[in-house]
Design a protein around this ligand. Structure first.
Ligand SMILES: NC(=O)c1ccc[n+]([C@@H]2O[C@H](COP(=O)([O-])OP(=O)(O)OC[C@H]3O[C@@H](n4cnc5c(N)ncnc54)[C@H](OP(=O)(O)O)[C@@H]3O)[C@@H](O)[C@H]2O)c1
Length: 236
């Protein structure tokens, strides 16, 4: 990864994709501010600076304190990684509406809110990169995944609008659109999607890290607004 030290805020850093990104960036000696609710799951992250700020991103008080925390302590931020997310599935008429609303609050509202706050900081700073983990379901819908896909479509809309609004500036916007990745996202599902979707070799979180490396290693004039990454036997 680009050798210049970067200051990064990573959400969802206690597990799965966010954790893998934090582990890789820590190894490369970038300064990390990591956040999720489970502090103990981030304690093992190693690097030159790994600053753990535990909290719930659906709490406005907590979320709204993050940019001041980062800027008061480090004076700048180079990359915001929006990795926190949950997935609730079910046919629309059967879905647990309270769980669905919680998912909308985290996947959509928190991502919009954090992006909004860092965007203002990046504008003042004159640079920055917002990398958001969307999904292949930010580009298509499947039965029983309408609500989750809706949250990811919203993130895609946010990112595409920002790409256009920020054209010509030094602020970069990227949406990563993974297919099935083996993480804790599906740990409570009755049937794991690798079975229901017939995916024999799902992605690993480290495959997403490779995509992140590719994105961060581009020359300054190049933009990667979207990057889809799928397992080889992914069909729908
Ligand atoms: N795995 C896949 O197949 C897949 C595919 C496409 C896209 N994605 C997306 O990738 C992103 C990361 O998911 P993952 O697969 O890495 O799942 P994961 O292993 O379950 O990680 C989810 C992360 O989100 C954090 N989180 C959940 N609720 C939170 C809250 N209220 N406040 C703050 N943090 C919260 C969790 O931390 P705490 O529980 O400690 O708070 C955890 O660190 C999500 O946006 C997901 O939609 C995943």
């Amino acid at each position: 990864m680009d050798n210049k030290e970067k200051i990064c805020l990573i959400t969802g850093a206690s597990s799965g994709i966010g954790y893998a990104i934090a582990k890789a960036l820590g190894r490369d000696n970038h300064t990390l501010i990591v956040t999720a609710r489970r502090k103990e799951r981030m304690d093992g992250l190693a690097g030159k600076v790994v600053d753990i700020v535990a909290g719930d991103l659906t709490s406005h008080d907590f979320l709204d304190s993050l940019d001041s925390y980062v800027y008061d302590k480090y004076g700048r931020c180079d990359i915001l990684f929006n990795c926190a997310g949950i997935q609730e599935n079910g046919a629309i008429e059967e879905i647990d509406i309270d769980k669905m609303s919680r998912m909308v609050r985290l996947n959509v509202e928190s991502t919009f809110r954090l992006t909004y706050r860092f965007l203002k900081r990046f504008k003042k700073q004159g640079s920055g990169h917002i990398v958001t983990i969307s999904s292949v379901l930010g580009t298509k819908v499947r039965p029983t995944a309408g609500a989750y896909a809706g949250t990811k479509f919203a993130i895609e809309a946010l990112s595409e609008a920002l790409r256009m609004e920020l054209a010509g500036t030094n602020i970069k916007i990227t949406c990563i659109e993974p297919g099935l990745v083996m993480t804790e996202l599906h740990k409570d599902w009755k049937i794991h999607p690798k079975i229901s979707m017939g995916i024999h070799e799902p992605l690993a979180a480290d495959d997403i890290v490779e995509a992140v490396r590719f994105i961060l290693n581009q020359p300054e004039h190049v933009r990667i607004p979207k990057l889809m990454i799928l397992p080889k036997d992914h069909i729908i």
